[in-house]
Write a protein that binds this ligand. Structure first.
Ligand code: ADP
Ligand code: MG
Length: 696
């Protein structure tokens, strides 16, 4: 096997290859676009496109595709081959720069929330030069943004790119005001930690619920779950380890900085974390990572589950979005430095984040809302649905000292003494890692922990970037005419932290007291997607995005409809799958088993009327009563699904699915699971939780 450094990025048209293959002037022009965000000139684009094609053909590619991130929640691609016929009836590998850089996929089947009428099905994809093209399966993938004919945004990537620009301009402006005139550009960085489950393909194939919905809709808990905490960071089984090695290699070839891998809390659950990079590349890489995980699992006869809650009773999967802001001069703006008490620049950026998270806590909740994530938030495995911030002892004390105008004492110097001479004492991280907080300061970045595992991170990041940019803009306006900048800065920081201290919470986010306390503080607590989504189009939120030029009011209204509609559709699929399983598999299985037991009773009685049939009869009673309730509940669920048609608008439909259909599904599940516990496993139609979770 080759050295990683030899094959890292072989499948990416990265900076090194551009330098080698592009004329100097073209390379320079492209670099400028990438670094400054300026539009790419078409003549330059043509040269780049040709070089990209030549490289791809040399690498054995026959096709190219525009790769984009529509509102469906998965990435989309449409493959075209490079072949073009010539006069001799033969073919050449050819494609024009324009074709390569701009596509026109028939977009009528992508959700657009009514923005793009179906008759006018034209959507455009254009190359995002800030994210490099790459090769997978003999196809050149070109990362693109997706817009409608009239320029409206139809994807998740475009708002992210715009938000990064906005944050850049606001941050640079305020840094210049503070005297840092050497800073030309500010970028946001992200490192997403990705959780997933890995199960045996054979087990998966026997579960219609996993196949259709990505989660188990029935399934009694196995005798063993995660209570022993023996899986977390445990030694990795060889089959999983082979998968992980393959995954790393595949990702490295694609230029993804896959770094950390370990077992997670639940059995069969694992995590992969990359080294952070700029937000847009981190987004593309995270999407790639999820796709490569699924493909690599197939090769190992495994299935990678990215659903937020594949199994009830054990932890589900999330994603931690580590986020920070840094300058082109190499400074991390969220680094408190040695003396944060004197670092007004840091305090100002910290205040911007505090104010943003407080004022737009609803948006942060909304951006992580999904049918799958609804099972996790607030369920003692993930942060609650209430958004708050954790600053840690050090920063917490600093903020308090600013608010109260008192002296600040750092805890930071404390060193952890290992007590073992051979081990060096290490410096205690100045955040003591409150794992229950949805939005925690972790040393020199914030970790947004409420994301579901399958979420496209473009959304939380464009919201985060925009809301922080908004604050920086407001701060600039307050400071720009100041005669004594230092005094004005101090006063502003004190005012902001005082007004927004309610969002800071350092305690246990899982406790019931916090729910009450949060209510007293006036923080929002939206328990489900429909509850949260309703507020997406609140006036202040529409103003935030439209005034900062990220998405328009019309686009937001479209997004709102799409999210609600998709939620209802997903719950509808889940309900129909349950009904199908209940009627075609579970009820018949129980009937067959009861028949066998009844025959056993008859047989015993034919031998002697004195033989006890107590056990059999008890079992028959339990199962027959259970089955009656189960069949009636199935019927109730079926009727409820049929009645959904009465709800004409997407919000009331989504609420109906949540409050009626979803509750009936839970009740049906409980009845089904208790029959599973009493049925001979030979008869049960599906692999059990035990077999699935401990089967790899
Ligand atoms: P933990 O599991 O303790 O949260 P990990 O090491 O698994 O920590 O993940 C931390 C993540 O944060 C990594 O992806 C890392 O690259 C990322 N990270 C570190 N510094 C920054 C930064 N300045 N901006 C964004 N992400 C960062
Ligand atoms: Mg983490």
């Amino acid at each position: 096997m080759k050295n990683v450094s030899e094959y890292f990025g072989v499948n990416v048209f990265n900076d090194k290859k551009m330098q080698e293959r592009l004329p100097k002037a073209t390379y320079k022009a492209l670099k400028k676009t990438i670094e400054s965000g300026e539009a790419l000139d078409l003549s330059v684009a043509n040269v780049v496109a040709n070089a990209m094609k030549d490289w791809a053909v040399e690498m054995g590619c026959t096709h190219y595709t525009h790769w984009f991130q529509p509102m469906t929640g998965v990435t989309a691609e449409k493959h075209d081959s490079f072949i073009s016929p010539n006069e001799d009836g033969e073919v050449m590998m050819e494609v024009s720069g324009k074709e390569l850089l701009q596509g026109e996929p028939d977009a009528s089947s992508f959700p657009s929330g009514g923005i793009r009428a179906t008759f006018e099905a034209r959507g455009y994809t254009t190359w995002d030069p800030t994210s490099p093209a790459f090769i997978r399966d003999k196809t050149l993938y070109i990362p693109t943004a997706f817009c409608s004919y009239t320029g409206q945004v139809l994807d998740k990537k475009t708002p992210l790119l715009r938000s990064m620009e906005k944050l850049n301009s606001e941050a640079v402006r305020i840094l210049h005001l503070l005297g840092k005139t050497d800073v030309k550009r500010v970028t946001t960085t992200v490192g997403p930690e990705q959780e997933y489950f890995l199960i045996d393909k054979e087990m998966y194939d026997k579960r219609p619920d996993l196949i259709y919905t990505g989660r188990t809709l029935f399934g009694a808990m196995a005798p063993k779950g995660q209570e022993l905490d023996d899986h977390y960071f445990g030694s990795i089984k060889s089959r999983v380890s082979a998968f992980m090695n393959d995954l790393d290699e595949e990702l490295w070839k694609l230029g993804v900085y896959a770094k950390t891998k370990h077992n997670e809390v639940a059995p069969s659950q694992h995590e992969l974390a990359p080294i952070f990079t700029t937000s847009n590349i981190a987004t593309d890489h995270n999407e790639l990572c999820m796709e490569v995980m699924k493909k690599t699992a197939e090769k190992h006869n495994l299935v990678c589950l990215l659903h937020e809650k594949p199994f009830a009773g054990v932890n589900g999967s999330g994603k931690h979005n580590n986020w920070s802001i840094s300058t082109d001069t190499g400074e991390n703006l969220l680094n408190p430095s040695k003396r944060p008490e004197d670092n007004l620049q840091f305090q100002l950026f910290l205040s911007a984040v505090v104010k943003a998270v407080d004022e737009y806590q609803d948006l942060l909740r909304i951006t992580v809302a999904s049918a799958g994530n609804d099972h996790r938030l607030g369920a003692n495995e993930a942060p609650p649905a209430i958004i708050s911030m954790y600053l840690g002892d050090d920063l917490g004390a600093l903020v308090e000292s600013i608010i109260k105008g008192k002296d600040y004492k750092s805890h930071k110097a404390a060193r952890m003494e290992t007590g073992v001479d051979a081990l060096p004492d290490f410096k205690k991280d100045n955040s003591d890692r409150n794992r229950t907080s949805p939005f925690a300061f972790t040393g020199n970045k914030f970790e947004f922990r409420a994301l579901g595992s399958s979420l496209n991170i473009a959304c939380p990041n464009y919201m985060l970037n925009t809301m922080v940019a908004q604050q920086l803009g407001e701060f600039y306006n307050e400071l720009k005419d100041s005669e004594n900048l230092e005094e004005s800065l101090k006063a502003l920081i004190k005012k902001v932290l005082t007004e927004h201290q309610r969002i800071i919470f350092n305690g246990d986010n899982y406790s019931d007291e916090w729910v009450k306390e949060a209510e007293n503080r006036g923080l929002c607590n939206y328990k489900s997607l429909p509850d949260a989504m309703e507020h997406y189009i609140d006036k202040k939120n529409i103003e935030l995005f439209s005034e900062n030029g990220i998405v328009t009011k019309e686009e937001m209204l479209a997004r709102y409809e799409i999210e609600l509609e998709q939620y209802s559709k997903l719950l509808n699929i889940e309900a129909l799958t349950m009904i199908d399983m209940a009627k075609k598999d579970i009820a018949p299985a129980v009937i067959s088993f009861v028949k066998e037991v009844s025959e056993a009773v008859a047989l015993k009685q034919s031998i002697s009327s004195k033989l006890s049939t107590y056990a059999e009869e008890e079992l028959i009673k339990i199962l027959s009563n259970g089955l009656e309730k189960f069949v009636k509940k199935t019927d109730e669920l079926e009727k409820a699904v049929k009645n959904a048609g009465e709800h004409k608008d997407n919000l009331s439909l989504a609420k109906y699915y949540r409050n009626t259909v979803f509750n009936l599904m839970n009740e049906l599940r409980e009845l089904g699971d208790s029959m599973e516990e009493n049925t001979n496993s030979k008869y049960w139609p599906y692999p059990s939780y035990g077999e699935i979770l401990f089967g790899v």
